[in-house]
Design a protein around this ligand. Structure first.
Ligand SMILES: [Zn+2]
Length: 315
């Protein structure tokens, strides 16, 4: 039985908790890649507490690697990007040991946490300025995708998104390069911490322990999930405001919107509508991320769309 805390460098308080007997699968869990996403940090810490209890009873097989706060400078500042170098940790994987602090963090996570794991779970959420429906996502069309799909199913989120691809620099792309299956989780955000979200994150993580035969728990009942298929889920390509003003939401995260339907409006100081954010797609789409903070400046992301749900029969 072991439970130890390792400082992964680079001198910013980046700690990995390694728990288990070392005999069996290795599950790698990241929280706080973005510093304003508390759900994943809290869920990762709850997983550590649970795993230490299991381990103390000799019930934890394999190895659990958990880094609850992957970006300590951003977490302390409660910002998405690092205050030290302005970089987005989720865009610089696999990192570089001799470059910026954020790239050094990515390098340490890639080499010390992701490499050699049987699954990577990267816990995100919408962050303070946005809302999202709670979902689990994975990238299709990779050698590792069948195992990622199984893990996503085992996690049991109310919504599952299989992506056509993903951009470079993600933890998931670093995992794919190392032959490691991976999933990521998103939740409500908006500056709150919804108990139902937190419970679903923690339940999903314990279901993964059961999926890999690492804990004593049984997987539990099958959880019905709505599936989305397609797109890459890149928040950098969201529909954006072209004006300074205030965002008026005309939909909610998780809503399915028809072609041309207004998702949000931007109003100016005189409360005149200066921009309407509509679904530009030729068919229905799902609102996967929506601005919650009213004040916006030109270029601020307002909404990210995903595909419409697919019928269960077509899976
Ligand atoms: Zn994130």
């Amino acid at each position: 039985m072991t439970s130890r805390t390792l400082d992964l460098g680079p001198g910013v308080g980046l700690y990995m908790h390694e728990i288990g007997d070392g005999n069996g699968p290795t599950l790698a869990v990241l929280g706080g890649v973005h510093g304003d996403e508390i759900e994943g940090v809290a869920a990762a810490r709850m997983l550590i507490n649970l795993a230490e209890l299991l381990d103390a009873q000799g019930l934890l097989r394999g190895t659990l690697r958990v880094v609850p706060v992957c970006n300590p400078p951003a977490f302390e500042a409660r910002t998405r990007t690092s205050p030290l170098d302005g970089e987005n940790l989720a865009r610089v994987f696999p990192g570089d040991a001799s470059a910026s602090v954020t790239k050094q963090i990515a390098h340490a996570l890639t080499e010390r946490v992701i490499r050699g794991a049987d699954l990577l779970v990267d816990l995100h959420s919408a962050g303070v300025h946005y809302s999202m429906p709670l979902f689990v996502g994975f990238v299709d069309h990779l050698v590792t995708s069948p195992m990622s799909r199984e893990a996503a199913t085992a996690f049991g989120a109310p919504l599952t998104w299989q992506h056509e691809g993903s951009g470079p620099g993600r933890s998931l792309s670093a995992a794919a390069d190392l032959g490691v299956p991976s999933i990521y989780v998103e939740g409500s955000g908006g500056g709150g911490l919804a108990g139902t979200d937190l419970d679903t994150y923690v339940r999903g993580l314990t279901r993964l322990l059961a999926h890999f035969g690492m804990g004593h728990e049984t997987p539990g009942p099958h959880i019905e999930s709505t599936w989305l298929s397609g797109d890459d889920g890149d928040v950098d390509s969201s529909l954006a405001s072209t004006f300074a003003g205030y965002c008026v939401t005309r939909s909610a995260a998780g809503d399915v919107v028809s072609t041309g339907q207004v998702i949000a409006e931007i109003i100016d100081d005189a409360a005149r509508v200066v921009q309407q954010i509509r679904n530009p797609r030729p068919g229905p789409a799902t609102v996967m991320m929506l601005r919650q903070t009213a004040i916006v400046t030109p270029g601020d992301a307002i909404a990210m769309l995903g595909p419409a749900p697919i019928a269960a029969a077509s899976l």
